[in-house]
Every structure is written in C-alpha cells, then in structure tokens.
Write a protein that binds this ligand. Structure first.
Ligand code: BES
Ligand code: ZN
Ligand code: ZN
Length: 501
C-alpha cells in the first residue's frame, strides 16, 4: 500500500481498528442476558429510581448520587456483577443529547466489562432512545490501541438495551441508526488517530476505496500526473516538498432518484510540519498528524449515506498530501495557480490548508453542485476565537449556513456562525498575484482564511466548517474519547439527510 520501503509497518496493521472493533459488538433489545456483568439503570433527578436498581432515592443520596446528567454510581453485587446508577437529569428535560451523554457516562463507568446492559423507561420515543443510547455507548468505548503491544482496555462485546417490552422492531431500527452514525464518527477517528507514517496520501486513497466497496459509494483517486493535467496547482504546490505523492480522492454517492447534489471538500493534510514556515516542536505540532481530520470526517460521513437512506447525490473531494520541507519545498514568494486559474502568492507555507482546499472548491464549482460544504482543521485562530469545543462556521448563504448549524446541533457537535467580513480581504492583497495565501496581520485569522476559500466557491452556495478546535480532546469527555473526536462526520451525514435543493 504505502511505499514502506524498510517494511517498518507490519503488514497486518489496520488503519481502521475502531471499525473492526465496532463490527465485533452485538447490540440487541431486551433485558440483561446471562452474559451481562454490568447493568446500568437510568435514574432521573426528580422521579423514583427504578425498583430493579434496589436502592431508594434516600439511599442513593447518601452516596452523593442525585441523578444529574453524566453522574454514575457503581454498586458491586455479591455475585460479582455490578449495578450502575446512571443520572439522567430532570425527566422532562431528557433529549437526544442527555441520552447520548448518559449512555456514554455509563459505558465509561462499565469500562472493565465486555457485556453490558442498560435499563431505561419513558425516555423519548423508543426508536430515538435506542439510537442515541447506541451512539453514546459505542463512541465512549472507542479506544485507539492499534499500536500498543499490551493494550489495557476491555473491548465491548455485547449490549442489551432494555427500553420497552413491546416496541422491539422500533428499537432494532434505532440501534441500527445509532450504529451507522457511530460508524461514521469512528471511521473519522481511526483515520485521524493513525500516525502520519502509517497513513500517506496514497494509503488514504486505498482505505477510502475499500470503504467505498463496502458501504456503497464510488471512489476515484487522482495521482500527481492526473493532478498536473487538472491544473491543481495548490495541491501540487504544497506537495512539492514531500517524498510522497499527493492524492485527490473523489467520492461519489448517488441514490436512485436523487434530489439535489451536495459537494463536500475535506482538508487531507496527513502531516503539517508548516513547511519552510516551520512549526515549533511543541505539543500543537505533535497534533499535526490530525490535519486530515476534515478528510477523515468526509470519509466517515460517506460510509453512512446509503444506510441512512440519503436522497441527494453527494460528491466528495479529499485533498491529500503532507506539508513537508525539502530542497524542493514550496517557498514564500512562490506563486501557485489554482484549478480555476486564480494566482496565489505564498506568504506563509503553514497556511497550506486553504491552498489545497482552493483546488477542491474550484472543482466542486466547475461540477455545478447545488451547494458545497468544506471541512478543515484550518486555523489556530478559530481555537483562539471559540476555544476547543466549538467549530467555526462561515457561509455565503444564510440558508445553507443555518442548515449546517442546525445539523451540527442535532448531533451535539457544537458550532458557531462567524461573519465573512469582506473588508478584511484587503489584508490578502498581493503585489504580484491575485491574492496572498495568508493575511498580512494575525487578527481575525479564522475569518481571513474563510474569505480566501469563499473566492473559489464563486456563486455556488458554500459553507465552511473550521474544526481545528474540536478535532481532538486531551482526555475522555462524555461521547468524545481521548484523541481524535471524529468531529464533523455526523454533522455531514445529518446535513446530507436534510439537503434537498
Ligand atoms: N493545521 C494548521 C491549523 C491548526 C492549528 C489545526 C492547531 C489544528 C490545531 C494550519 O495549517 C495552520 O498552520 N494555520 C496557520 C495559519 C497562519 C499561518 C495564517 C495558523 O493557524 O497559525
Ligand atoms: Zn499549516
Ligand atoms: Zn494545516
């Protein structure tokens, strides 16, 4: 697959270990089984705890458990199993996020158990409840252990969801929806957690092809020679310093009667050294294997389109290369020509994301998609503006911008709409080319990056999601497991479901 000349990467190395682990889990409707060793009981903060838990509210409160969302209390039983009280908060405030979060908290409290069950009643409609509980449990139990010789981690094997005695068909359907959504996020996490030497642009294309065959979408990959013919001067320019070939990976999903055509462009920088504008060797630089998190989210989303019954056509463009230094690396002052002919003077080689994305957006525009959304770990400035929890959203169309925000909200991927302040464009004026790739000052860096991208979408309705902040977390946080979060994958699936142009 990769050049791997010294055979340093074992041939049985998997770039999708989380997906393999997911496929080994069975989730069913019903009460705790003979295998079950840990059972969670949902307890609200304002109603009677379930009798099967075996403890009164007074007794729970003596253990300082009051039923707040995310709270858990593990009760060891004489037979060696555990019962876990799981807080749901106020009964009338239970919604999708509460269920996902409580299920995640339960799955973490039961981290040493392979066979678990969750008992809950009167929570939302059964299908939705099953879906969000499934998502929370699967996402919380994700661990990236592919490269550990002795992983100290108990893999999940079976989950029983005791939601209602009658609606087993609805529950099975909800479980399936939850699995499809979790799978999208898990594929994105796997790719993003994979070390840069284990996931070159060429490897990326191979993995996406395998996923396309499995989950019902077409994949074409364009190598360096093809990119030269297509005039992708941005992707080729950033790739110049690399010993690895770049790849533009084009994904295509088409349902039988398509209503509308959505384009999605993902930043696929498999490693961002900064290039000649070299990054300092600090903890942020260490995270730069995750600079393909946008392309990872797009790939994850595509694995869900067919199973989620998306009714629009969706085309994806993943712009993949690493950003390296060498005697042939692109320089400050170089002028690159984008796929649409725009000339760009490079004033900072670390602003490489927008340079590879410009070709992707230009191609999406040429293909006359009805709307294009791009997703990228684009700027440190977006983290300064919004912190690590929120992605920044920009759009040239209020309607599309609102749709992205609503889709993200529905799947608990927090985003915030920022302005495309046109007067800041003056900071990207070039003396020799149509514009510069980086602004002349550091102010509003997430906005100037977005303004740069906007140019290439032309008159196509366009939205941009900057996921530099939420692409990863240092430690476990509810449904986010430490490491890559897979942020954006479920937002894109939701958007594709809602999209009908
Ligand atoms: N990949 C980085 C942005 C990033 C930073 C993502 C931290 C995730 C965490 C991007 O390529 C970059 O280096 N951007 C520069 C742009 C600047 C040179 C105009 C930045 O944000 O500093
Ligand atoms: Zn960079
Ligand atoms: Zn980058």
């Amino acid at each position: 697959m990769s050049r791997n000349p010294a055979k340093l990467i074992p041939t049985d190395f998997s770039q999708l270990p989380g997906l393999d682990a997911l496929e080994a889990v069975t989730i069913k409707a019903g009460g705790p089984s003979k295998k079950t060793t840990a059972t969670g009981y949902a307890v609200t903060s304002d109603q009677m705890p379930p009798r099967s838990l075996g403890l009164s509210r007074d007794a729970l409160e003596k253990h300082r458990f009051d039923g707040e969302v995310g709270q858990t209390l593990v009760l060891a039983q004489e037979d060696g199993t555990v019962k876990i009280a799981v807080g749901l908060g106020r009964a009338e405030e239970v919604d999708a996020n509460v269920l996902r979060d409580s299920a995640a908290a339960f799955a973490r409290a039961a981290a040493d158990h392979s066979d678990i069950a969750f008992v809950i009643s009167d929570a939302l409609e059964e299908e939705d409840a099953a879906r969000f509980l499934t998502e929370g449990i699967l996402l919380a139990r994700y661990r990236y252990v592919e490269l550990k010789n002795e992983p100290k981690h108990t893999a999940l094997s079976s989950v029983m969801l005791d939601i209602s005695a009658t609606k087993s068909r609805e529950i099975a359907s909800g479980i399936n929806k939850g699995k499809v959504a979790a799978r999208a996020t898990i594929v994105a996490r796997d790719l993003t957690n994979t070390p840069p030497g284990h996931l070159t642009a060429t490897d990326f294309a191979e993995v996406v092809k395998t996923l396309g065959r499995k989950y019902g979408f077409d994949v074409k990959s364009f190598d360096k020679a093809a990119l030269i013919k297509m005039g992708c001067g941005g992707l080729l320019g950033v790739n110049r310093g690399s010993a690895e070939e770049p790849r533009l990976i084009k994904l295509h999903y088409r349902p039988r009667k398509a209503i509308g055509h959505l384009g999605i462009v993902g930043k696929g920088i498999t490693y961002d050294s900064g290039g000649i504008s070299l990054k300092p060797s600090d903890p942020m630089h260490l995270l730069m294997k995750m600079d393909m998190g946008g392309a990872g989210a797009v790939t994850g989303a595509f694995t869900a389109l067919a199973d989620a019954g998306v009714s629009c056509e969706v085309t994806g463009w993943l712009m993949c290369t690493d950003n390296m230094i060498s005697g042939d690396a692109y320089r400050l002052g170089d002028v690159l020509v984008a796929a649409d002919g725009t000339t760009v003077e490079i004033t900072n080689t670390d602003a490489e994301g927008r340079v590879v994305m410009m070709d992707g957006l230009a191609l999406a525009h040429q293909e006359h998609v009805d709307a294009v959304v791009d997703i990228a770990t684009l700027t440190g400035a977006s983290i300064v503006a919004l912190g690590e929890k929120y992605a920044a959203v920009f759009s040239n169309s209020d309607q599309l911008g609102d749709m992205v925000v609503e889709s993200a909200h529905a799947v608990d991927e927090p985003v915030w709409h920022l302005p495309l302040e046109q007067s800041y464009r003056k900071n990207m004026q070039s003396k020799v080319a149509d514009m510069t790739n980086a602004a002349s000052n550091r102010f509003g860096g997430a906005i100037t990056a977005a303004l740069f991208l906007e140019h290439f979408a032309g008159d196509t309705p366009w939205a941009h999601i900057d996921i530099a902040g939420p692409m990863q977390v240092d430690k476990d946080d509810l449904w986010r497991s430490g490491g890559a979060t897979g942020f954006g994958a479920r937002t894109l699936v939701e958007l594709a479901k809602n999209f009908n142009a």
